[in-house]
Design a protein around this ligand. Structure first.
Ligand code: ZN
Length: 106
């Protein structure tokens, strides 16, 4: 089983986080016991990644090919295609991605 170890986006510590139910759309919420704020797993989706996926999605909607998008954003075509596939899947992708990024290696 994957153990989650999210970092608080407010005080950036990982030691006093506990689960705090789920949001309306089913994303796990967490409560930071140190600063007493709640946050969602998807907040942890790296901002850069998120922006990149959004850019890819917007360009694709404008009819750009994967090759053109890749050149424009200076990423590989494979990355573009992977992102596009992920963008078209549902919100669970964000959570899954976040989980894999935050998996504790033991
Ligand atoms: Zn905190």
């Amino acid at each position: 089983m994957i153990r989650l170890n999210p970092e608080c986006p407010h005080c950036h510590q990982k030691d006093a986080i506990r689960k705090h139910g789920t949001s309306k759309i089913g994303l796990q919420r967490y409560l930071c016991r140190r600063c007493n704020k709640t946050f969602q797993a998807r907040y942890y989706y790296r901002a850069h990644d998120h922006n990149l996926s959004r850019q890819i999605g917007e360009l694709a909607q404008n009819g750009w090919s994967s090759q053109k998008i890749g050149r424009h954003l200076r990423i590989s075509v494979n990355t573009v295609n992977r992102r596009l596939k992920n963008i078209t899947t549902d919100k669970d992708y964000l959570v899954d991605k976040w989980i894999s990024n935050n998996e504790i290696s033991s």
